[in-house]
Design a protein around this ligand. Structure first.
Ligand SMILES: O=C(O)c1ccc[n+]([C@@H]2O[C@H](COP(=O)([O-])O)[C@@H](O)[C@H]2O)c1
Ligand SMILES: Cc1cc2nc[nH]c2cc1C
Length: 348
């Protein structure tokens, strides 16, 4: 029996892509003059199997988990911030809380396991797998069972989003230490040197980054035998990374467009595509993270991010920032007058 994550994603509609592209040519502007706003609307039409796409109903789900590798001192912030930020997300004070409210988007958090006490709230789904993932320099991040559970939590988040009529799905993550796990994972996927991909995460100084490189090298040496994408994820990832992967695959299978956030999310998206290549067509990269490895991950996906605002926050903030662009692309596509309607002369 194949795992659910290997089932084919929904196909985009070539018919609606062609119709939407032809519609764009009728709107009162020189062909192509709205640049990527045009191609975005056309791709959304193909994804939604509609001539007139909409992304009003946006669902944002932040997957949170603690990382065992924090014991190696790889972050500028204490591990307790993971659970404290979970409370802040639902309390309304985090960047993503403000952005989601402003966008009228639904925001939920899935707690996959933190070392510190976490609050309970209607928008927090407590799905604790363990208090933290395994320390990747000493052991695999997850057991096979934990990996399957985390992947499934991603799928379940998507099922909830779908029930509320979601037209655009955004996943985010929160996990102190997860730029270390993500960098290790990306090195394995891309076969690039650690020093090309590593960054300061939440704000390490040069000494801290040098130590982080050493920790990542040790983790890579420990997990040399991991070759297949899901094995790399199990050995070097974390619960939130696995849930991200599961959610992206499930979104593609359900035919829901995905706006991908920064470094961690883009690496998870790349992994989802390595597991199930049809996922790629459903992904829109929202922004270029300031974390150096993001560029390589985006290039490996052969995608150009919409924005470059030097963000390096995570928690879905960069993806939320790009929602107005998608909405405006749809508005223009759906509401501009045609040359015939406006009595404007078309190209000679
Ligand atoms: O997504 C990004 O581009 C990004 C870049 C740097 C840091 N982060 C966030 O910062 C945390 C991980 O950073 P660190 O330094 O603790 O590994 C984690 O909660 C991420 O959401 C996120
Ligand atoms: C405060 C803080 C907020 C975050 N949000 C996502 N990652 C984060 C890391 C820190 C340290």
């Amino acid at each position: 029996m194949q795992g659910w994550f290997l089932q084919s994603p929904k196909l985009l509609s070539d018919k609606h892509r062609d119709k939407a592209a032809a519609w764009q040519l009728q709107l009162t502007k020189p062909a192509g003059s709205l640049g990527r706003l045009e191609t975005l609307a056309v791709e959304l039409a193909a994804m939604q199997h509609k001539l007139h796409p909409h992304v009003q109903k946006v669902d944002i789900c932040v997957f949170a988990a603690d990382q065992g590798v924090c014991a190696e001192g790889v972050s500028a912030f204490p591990q307790s911030v993971t659970s404290q930020m979970i409370a802040n997300f639902v309390g309304g004070g985090a960047a993503i809380s403000v952005l989601a409210k402003s966008l009228g988007a639904n925001l939920s958090v899935v707690n996959l396991g933190t070392v510190f006490e976490s609050v309970s709230h209607a928008s927090i789904f407590d799905r604790t797998i363990a208090s933290q993932s395994g320390n990747i320099v000493k052991q695999p991040a997850m057991t096979e069972e934990q990996l399957q559970t985390a992947l499934m939590q991603g799928k379940e988040a998507l099922t909830r989003a779908r029930k509320s009529g979601c037209e655009l799905f955004i996943a985010g993550e929160m996990g102190i230490g997860n730029t270390t796990t993500t960098t290790a994972l990306l090195v394995k996927l891309l076969h690039l040197p650690v020093t090309d991909l590593v960054g300061s995460g939440t704000g390490l100084n040069a000494k801290g980054v040098a130590h982080k490189v050493e920790v990542i090298e040790r983790a890579l040496a420990r997990h040399q035998q991991a070759i297949l994408p899901l094995d790399i994820l199990r050995c070097l990832g974390g619960f939130e990374l696995a849930a991200l992967v599961g959610s992206y695959i499930a979104a593609a299978q359900a035919g829901i467009p995905v706006l991908v956030d920064g470094f961690i999310c883009t690496t998870a998206a790349l992994l989802a595509c390595r597991v199930n290549p049809g996922v790629e067509a459903w992904l829109i990269l929202a922004h270029a993270s300031a974390e150096p490895g993001h560029k390589a991950a985006a290039q490996a996906l052969n995608k150009v991010p919409l924005l470059d605002f030097q963000l390096r926050l995570g928690e879905a903030s960069g993806a939320a920032l790009a929602v107005p662009l998608l909405r405006l692309a749809c508005d223009l596509h759906n509401n501009m007058a045609t040359f015939a309607e406006a009595g404007v002369a078309d190209k000679a």
